[in-house]
Design a protein around this ligand. Structure first.
Ligand SMILES: [Fe+2]
Ligand SMILES: [Fe+2]
Length: 167
């Protein structure tokens, strides 16, 4: 499958893309395109983490988050469609330029999961800020739907951390 091309002026790595996304106060098209790729990559990252965990309940929680990250990519794609008339394509994992370099999944520990939960809660705040900083009500609604699910992701990760800690 052909590689999905990076948006113009996009950084080369997922880490740099996340840095730009997290620093963005407004949902510009450039940032929304990066977000489609980052959310789509999120599914693969959660799946990679899940594969390393023997605890089935924890695996299920991680995969649930992963499926929703892909749904988030599709909602952001639709938001771009609302703004431009054309949805931005959501890449399959093998087409996603931010997954071109294989990454070792992080070691899953209760501490790591609790840390990741905070990142998810921050994701809700980020989406909420973007929703406030767009004039388009349909775009704002799509961003807020994603945001509310990021809080659920954080809660699922805290639940997973407690399950792992209980052994
Ligand atoms: Fe997400
Ligand atoms: Fe999330």
């Amino acid at each position: 499958m052909p590689m999905h091309s990076l948006p113009e002026n996009a950084p080369a790595t997922l880490g740099e893309a996340f840095a730009i996304i997290n620093a963005a106060t407004h949902p510009t098209l450039d940032v929304l395109r990066l977000m489609v790729l980052a959310e789509a990559a999120g599914k693969t990252l959660y799946e990679g983490m899940a594969e390393t965990v023997p605890n089935e309940a924890v695996r299920t929680l991680l995969r649930h988050n992963g499926r929703e990250e892909l749904a988030h990519a599709h909602r952001v794609s639709r938001a771009i469609g609302v703004l431009t008339g054309t949805d931005y394509p959501v890449p399959a994992p093998e087409e996603n330029p931010y997954l071109a370099t294989p990454m070792n999944p992080p070691v899953v520990t209760p501490e790591m999961l609790n840390g990741l939960a905070q990142t998810e809660f921050n994701g809700d705040a980020l989406y909420e800020g973007w929703a406030r900083n767009t004039d388009n009500a349909d775009v704002a609604a799509l961003l807020r739907l994603n945001g509310s699910e990021e809080t659920e992701h954080g809660q699922r990760l805290q639940q997973a951390a407690a399950l792992l800690a209980a052994g």
